[in-house]
Design a protein around this ligand. Sequence first.
Ligand code: 3AM
Length: 176
Amino acid sequence: MRLFTALALPDEVARALLLIQAGVPGARWSRREQLHLTLRFIGEVDGAEALVIDDALASIAAPGFTLELKGTGSFGGKKPRDLWTGAAPSAPLLHLNRKIESALQRIGREPEARKFTPHVTLARLKHSPSGAVADYLTDHALFASPPFAVTAFCLYSSKLTSDGSIYRVEKEYPLQ
Ligand code: 3AM
């Protein structure tokens, strides 16, 4: 199975995101059940590895915190691949990310090579005109979600289908 850790989003925040999902040709907008903030991608593992990962994640002690999503962005430069909203700067979010990273490295997973850019993917793009993407980013630059309490992080599984990814919360780990 393909695994990653992420924060689930409360309905109130998801509603605010769904409201700004419009106006870009070629955008495949994330559905409510696809919205999440990825903390650490893990990748393909077998059942035995998944158990070890679950144990490692369950042993993490980190404080809960309040988070806010802010602004919009896109990865891919001149060929934008996606649209996302970012997280307002948050030391406890970075702390949680580091804790997960070191817990996974302790059990022998390869270090994450990519820099952590906390974001929630709003859409995947296919041949979207770069002008429309630029307009979208300008129009929603001041977007801010309601602040929300982060009281847990989750282990998700991901199934790739022709209709997009199906994400499922496999485990939830409370924060203190
Ligand atoms: O949270 P988002 O949508 O940005 O792009 C994948 C998705 O990110 C990302 O993990 C999230 C859940 O699938 N992802 C996929 N493959 C990845 C990889 N090899 C990856 N992230 C890092 N490394």
